[in-house]
Design a protein around this ligand. Structure first.
Ligand code: SF4
Ligand code: SF4
Length: 592
């Protein structure tokens, strides 16, 4: 077995812990320096050759700063990159075929961004030899037989131009915030596709707007349009669906897939499985231990890859990388199943500037989750806030105060939390968090590793995970959750979906949840409020409908039909005009 030991330098606090990692190491006790401290107060170094992999230091470290895993020897032949001594290790490299879209699927922190950075030429792979200069020929030799050989060769020789749509877009307004959208796009239009991109991504009405005035969804579409318009050999899209509604996601998917027609290499990192299934030809799975090591699987067809990911088992490699399989369910909720009402609201009419929302009255039952669905800019968040207003008795309370008072996760959470993550989570729960919640919510969301960090220093994804956990930990008769799955990976989404359901059932409370991920919406909703209308002008929110009715109405509005994958019941988008699509439309069965 080979040891991989990773020390998280941000979490390690040698001045505060008494260095138990070294004190209790059995190898150090017999006189060999398996773990040692250099001069000063730097984090420890673990010598992986001397280390026995007993994990005593892992358990003794009070700040969860050490991870040690034992991996099979033969895997060492596949090391492709390591960030440094006792740092993240990447095994393998995805096979990316020209003329196809390859989806890269895996948890956050498993190395997907490392792969994208290597393709983008931002990282030169070192085959794990962190203290040596590794030659280009050696790297290429390690890729013999991989479809990506010629791609990597071209990258090294600066003969491949890579276009990258980043995951986080916060930098864009900072860099070009004072420029107009139209101006920015005209400048990058190397392929002469300005009109097509603007039309397909509905950017026509914001061309005169400044970049720093765009919403999250508009910024995402701008970034995708800019990538699409540039001339490249390889196109990389890191989470293109964030902040987009279902209809926009499908349009983005069509635009991305059109790139493969010119025999380009297209790679997409995406956590919305329904969308990934729709746009990818192939999928590679990345598995391992987040922030410690990641292994790239062989290339699989999109259907097989996504099913394998949900199974937690790659049959082609005989690898089980997750204990439990993920299964969806086809529930058939019974109307009026929630006899005990938690809260009732009257019909609502509200005007905000040029936008107006009309909503039908309704009620939510004890133990019920109502999903709120519909396109962007049509009043879903306004609807949630109006419900919140009725619930809190119309008090004018700031978002920052509300998130500390009730189970509320707003759409945008930046700047709402200050303080140490662990303390804020305890404060939300009202004391020490019980072991069950630690293992079912905090650890799967990787918040245990962030407990000493300041909330204001968290990244976008970390902050979202923290905000949703804080909302669910708080005692609240009703939870108001706006896009709880945004920025989360597939596994984290599942944790959140289960936590929402578990919270409402066990605490006998209720939840309103705004969500764009169709699979998630279907999974947690007992009933659905559908919001329709004209974006930025007017919206109409229905009364809560049964899931069957709500999903069918939503999908008919989006003009797509869905079927279920027999193996795991996950939703799949039907090809327009296919036999199944035509049959379902004829029966008005857009999904159920
Ligand atoms: S790794 Fe943990 S136990 Fe060791 S010095 Fe760092 S914080 Fe202390
Ligand atoms: S895993 Fe065990 S042998 Fe290795 S450094 Fe930690 S305590 Fe020492």
């Amino acid at each position: 077995m080979v040891r991989v030991a990773v020390v998280d330098k941000d979490s390690c606090k040698p001045t505060k812990c008494g260095k138990p990692c070294r004190k209790y190491c059995p190898i150090v006790r017999i006189g060999q320096e398996a773990i040692y401290f250099a001069e000063g107060e730097a984090p420890p170094t673990i010598n992986e050759y001397l280390c026995s992999g007993c994990c005593i230091c892992v358990k003794k470290c009070p700040f969860n700063a050490i991870s040690v895993v034992n991996l099979p020897d033969e895997l060492e032949k596949k090391v492709f990159h390591r960030y440094g001594v006792n740092a993240f290790k990447l095994y393998g490299f995805p096979a990316l075929s020209p003329g196809a879209v390859t989806g890269i699927l895996g948890e956050n922190g498993i190395g997907k961004s490392t792969v994208l950075k290597i393709i983008g030429g931002l990282i030169k792979p070192n085959l794990g030899r962190v203290e040596e200069e590794v030659s280009v020929d050696e790297v290429l030799t390690s890729l013999r037989g991989n479809v990506s050989f010629s791609l990597v060769e071209k990258i090294f020789k600066n003969k491949a131009k890579c276009i990258y749509k980043p995951q986080y877009l916060d930098e864009i307004p900072r860099l070009i915030g004072d420029k107009k959208v139209g101006e920015v796009l005209e400048k990058v239009d190397e392929r002469g596709v300005f009109k097509e991109a603007v039309e397909k991504l509905d950017l026509g009405n914001v061309l005169e707007n400044k970049v720093n005035a765009l919403s999250g969804g508009e910024l995402q579409r701008l970034a995708i349009a800019a990538a699409f318009m540039r001339k490249g050999d390889v196109y990389l899209f890191d989470e293109p669906s964030s902040f987009l509604d279902v209809r926009q996601r499908l349009k983005v998917a069509d635009l991305i897939t059109s790139l493969k027609e010119d025999n380009k290499i297209v790679a997409v990192v995406e956590h919305d499985l329904t969308l990934l299934d729709y746009l990818a030809d192939y999928v590679v799975i990345m598995y391992g231990q987040p922030s410690v090591y990641g292994i790239v699987s062989q290339v699989l067809s999109a259907r097989v890859g996504i099913n394998s990911y949900l199974d937690g088992y790659i049959r082609q490699e005989n690898i089980r990388f997750r204990k439990d399989e993920i299964k969806f369910h086809a529930h058939a909720p019974v109307e009026e199943a929630f006899n005990v009402k938690m809260f009732e609201w009257p019909s609502i009419e509200v005007s905000l500037g040029g936008f107006s929302l009309k909503a039908e009255g309704g009620s939510i039952g004890v133990g019920e989750v109502i999903g709120i669905a519909g396109p962007n800019g049509i009043g879903k968040t306004t609807m949630l806030k109006e419900l919140l207003k009725y619930f809190t008795g119309n008090q004018s309370v700031s978002e920052g105060d509300l998130v500390r008072k009730i189970g509320y996760k707003p759409q945008y959470v930046s700047g709402l939390f200050t303080g140490v993550v662990g303390d804020l989570l305890k404060e939300a729960y009202g004391g020490d968090i019980p072991e069950m919640l630690e293992s079912e919510l905090i650890k799967p969301l990787k918040l245990d590793r962030l407990s000493d960090r300041l909330a204001e220093t968290l990244s976008g994804g970390e902050l979202q995970a923290f905000a949703i956990a804080a909302a669910l930990l708080r005692d609240s008769p009703i939870y108001f959750l706006d896009e709880p799955c945004a920025y989360l990976d597939v596994e984290q989404r599942l944790v959140i979906i289960r936590a929402i359901r578990h919270t409402v059932m066990s605490k006998k409370v209720s939840a309103f949840v705004v969500e764009h991920d169709i699979a998630a919406l279907d999974f947690f909703s007992d009933r659905i409020i559908l919001v329709q209308g004209e974006p930025s002008i007017q919206g109409y929110a229905s009364k809560p409908m049964r899931v069957v009715e709500g999903m069918n109405s939503l999908l008919s509005y989006l003009d797509v039909t869905l079927r279920r994958e027999p193996e795991n019941l996950r939703p799949r988008i039907n090809k327009k005009g296919s036999k199944t699509d035509r049959l379902q439309r004829a029966q008005s069965k857009y999904y159920y």
